[in-house]
Design a binder for this molecule. Structure first.
Ligand code: COA
Length: 251
């Protein structure tokens, strides 16, 4: 279990908080493992009816830890934690409400495509520089984003690497509401508590109907993951990770 993910349960709501603010909540393998376990535990725990995912003020998450990526790019073993987390997210059986303030990069953006309600502050920016890093979209985003916002906007997000403001994300259907930073967590928790108070069987059926069969999504996550793993050891990716790691010395 990672000390950088805090998990608590109150009033039938499991709150999962990314807690690595000094690294802008970059996600390590241990953090993915903790996130996956929390989601799976919540799915089977009758005391949990809804989940909340939060980051830190100013940094929801800077995405995958680039030091972990560089380790794989230079011959290390990558592990399966991230892919396990993505499956747990796509297979989630109970609602997830997320709250974003500030930076949301890579999986810090794509994970919200699996959330049922996302609130974000006006200071939030959603960005997925996968192609710039020599990588490909993940978390089923290559399937979910075009369906949600149309191919052109999805291309701007996932291939061009455009940053989407909170308002642009709302217009694209990626998030539910834009709210002030002072009320973000209160509004997220209020929505989660409202969901937790609903008749759980009816809520589950309603959610499942809206999600539809998940086979195609899970197959896409697997397909993306195969490409992603291969790309991690490409020259393009290695150069991009090295450039990030060396940027302070050179910049
Ligand atoms: N992986 C590892 N470390 C990261 C990180 C990441 N994804 N994102 C930020 N950090 C670390 C920085 O190296 C820095 O560490 P240091 O203080 O030990 O030098 C610390 O977090 C703060 O980041 P910094 O870059 O100084 O903050 P910033 O506000 O200027 O910029 C970002 C924040 C997120 C815009 C910038 O850090 C960034 O672009 N990160 C990479 C994002 C990314 O490409 N993620 C992968 C997506 S697939």
């Amino acid at each position: 279990m990672s000390e950088h993910v805090l998990v608590g349960i109150e009033d039938a709501v499991m709150t999962i908080r990314l807690n690595r603010p000094d690294k802008k909540n970059a996600l390590t393998r241990a953090m993915y493992a903790t996130l996956a376990a929390a989601l799976r535990d919540g799915d089977v725990d009758p005391a949990v009816r809804c989940r909340v995912v939060l980051g830190a003020p100013g940094a929801f998450s800077s995405g995958n830890d680039l030091a972990d990526f560089l380790a794989v790019a230079t011959g290390g073993e990558g592990g399966t934690e991230v892919f396990d987390f993505l499956r747990a997210l796509a297979e989630a059986q109970k609602p997830i409400v997320s709250g974003v303030d500030g930076i949301a990069v890579g999986v810090g953006t794509t994970m919200h495509l699996h959330c049922d309600l996302t609130f974000a502050t006006p200071e939030s920016v959603f960005r997925t520089p996968f192609v710039d890093l020599g990588l490909v979209p993940e978390a089923g985003s290559s399937l979910l984003a075009p369906a949600l916002m149309g191919r052109q906007r999805a291309f701007a997000l996932l291939a061009l690497g455009d940053g989407f403001s909170a308002e642009q994300a709302r217009e694209a259907g990626m998030i539910h509401r834009v709210v002030a930073a002072e009320v973000l967590e209160a509004q997220v928790q209020a929505a989660a508590r409202a969901l937790a108070a609903k008749p759980p069987e009816a809520l589950k059926i309603a959610r499942d109907l809206m999600l539809g069969p998940r086979d195609a999504l899970l197959a896409r996550i697997d397909e993306e993951s195969r490409h992603f793993r291969a790309r991690l050891t490409s020259d393009e990716a290695r150069a991009a990770f090295m450039a990030f790691m060396n940027r302070k010395q050179t910049g």
